[in-house]
Design a binder for this molecule. Structure first.
Ligand SMILES: Nc1nc2c(c(=O)[nH]1)N[C@H]1C(S)=C(S)[C@@H](COP(=O)(O)O)O[C@H]1N2
Ligand SMILES: [Mo]
Length: 256
C-alpha cells in the first residue's frame, strides 16, 4: 500500500524520534501537525461537527498490519488492575452493570452497556502501539468507531474536545483521564475497543472498554473507560492540561 507523503514523513519522524529517545523534546507537535489539511484545521473553532467529521474522514490512516504480525501477548502498562472498589465490583459481575456515560455538550446524553456497544457496527484493525517509554506492540483491536457513537448522541457544534474519564486512580488519588480534539475523535481508526486479538479485552489492557487512537502515543489511549464528556475546554478538568500525564509534563499533542 502506498501511503500519502505526509503520512510517510510522520512515520519516519516517529521512528527517528523513538530511536533517539527524544519524543518529549520540543518541536514534535509542530512537525507532526504539518499535514496538508492543517490550514483548514486552524479555523477549526468555526467548524460544525459535520465538517470536522468530513475532514477527519479524508485524513491519512495509521499503518495496519497482518495477523502474522500480532504479538503473542499485548504488553500491559500503567495501571494493569484497578483496585477501586467500584471497579472491582463491576469486574466481579463481568461488567454487566458497567455503563459508559456520554454527556457534556451533546444533544442526547446516554449511558451505553457493553452489550449495547457490541450491537453497534464495529471495526477491527491491527496496529502498532508506541509507548513513550520506548517499546511497541502490535495487536488487533475491535470496537465501535468513536465517530459513530458521537453521531448517535449528537455532538453540539461548540464541543472541541472529548474527555475520557477512567476508573483507575493513582497514588495521591488522581484519576486517569485523557482528551482528544474533534479531528482525532472523528478519525476513522479511533475506536472504543472492547476486544483484543479476538477475545474480550483483558483487565490488564483496559476492560471493559478502552480508547484506541492509532496516530497517537500510548498514553493517550485511556483504559477502563467510565465516561466520555464533550467539552469546549478542559481547563477545569484535573490539572487543566487535558490528561493525567499531561498534568505531569507530557505533551497534550502526542501524534506520531
Ligand atoms: N486508565 C489508564 N489508561 C492508560 C494508562 C493507565 O495507567 N491508566 N496507561 C497508558 C499508557 S502509558 C500506555 S502505554 C497504555 C498501555 O496500554 P496497555 O496496558 O494495553 O499496554 O495505556 C495508557 N492508558
Ligand atoms: Mo505509555
Amino acid at each position: 500500500m502506498t501511503r500519502p507523503p505526509d503520512e510517510r514523513r510522520r512515520r519516519f519522524l516517529a521512528g527517528s524520534l523513538l530511536a533517539t529517545g527524544s519524543l518529549l523534546l520540543g518541536g514534535c507537535d509542530r512537525l507532526s501537525r504539518s499535514g496538508t489539511l492543517q490550514p483548514l484545521f486552524d479555523a477549526s473553532e468555526a467548524l460544525t461537527q459535520r465538517a470536522h467529521r468530513l475532514l477527519a474522514s479524508r485524513e491519512a490512516l495509521a499503518r495496519e498490519y497482518t495477523p502474522a504480525d500480532i504479538a503473542p501477548t499485548f504488553r500491559p502498562n500503567g495501571t494493569t488492575f484497578p483496585r477501586e472498589r467500584a471497579y472491582m465490583r463491576l469486574a466481579a459481575g463481568h461488567f454487566r452493570a458497567w455503563r459508559l456515560e456520554v454527556d457534556g455538550l451533546v444533544e442526547r446524553p446516554q449511558a451505553f452497556s457493553l452489550e449495547a456497544l457490541r450491537a453497534l457496527p464495529s471495526r477491527t484493525q491491527i496496529t502498532r502501539h508506541d509507548c513513550v517509554e520506548g517499546w511497541s506492540c502490535i495487536g488487533q483491536w475491535t470496537g465501535v468507531v468513536l465517530g459513530d457513537l458521537l453521531a448517535r448522541v449528537g455532538v453540539k457544534d461548540e464541543a472541541r474536545f472529548v474527555v475520557f474519564h477512567c476508573a483507575d486512580r493513582f497514588p495521591g488519588g488522581d484519576r486517569y483521564y485523557e482528551s482528544l480534539d474533534m479531528r482525532e475523535a472523528y478519525h476513522p481508526q479511533t475506536l472504543l475497543a472492547y476486544a483484543l486479538n479476538g477475545a474480550p479485552l483483558p483487565i490488564a489492557n483496559g476492560a471493559p472498554l478502552r480508547l484506541r487512537a492509532e496516530r497517537q502515543l500510548g498514553y493517550k489511549m485511556a483504559k477502563y473507560l467510565m465516561r466520555l464528556e464533550l467539552v469546549d475546554s478542559f481547563a477545569h478538568i484535573g490539572g487543566g492540561r487535558g490528561g493525567f500525564w499531561e498534568d505531569r509534563g507530557y505533551r497534550w499533542w502526542a501524534g506520531i
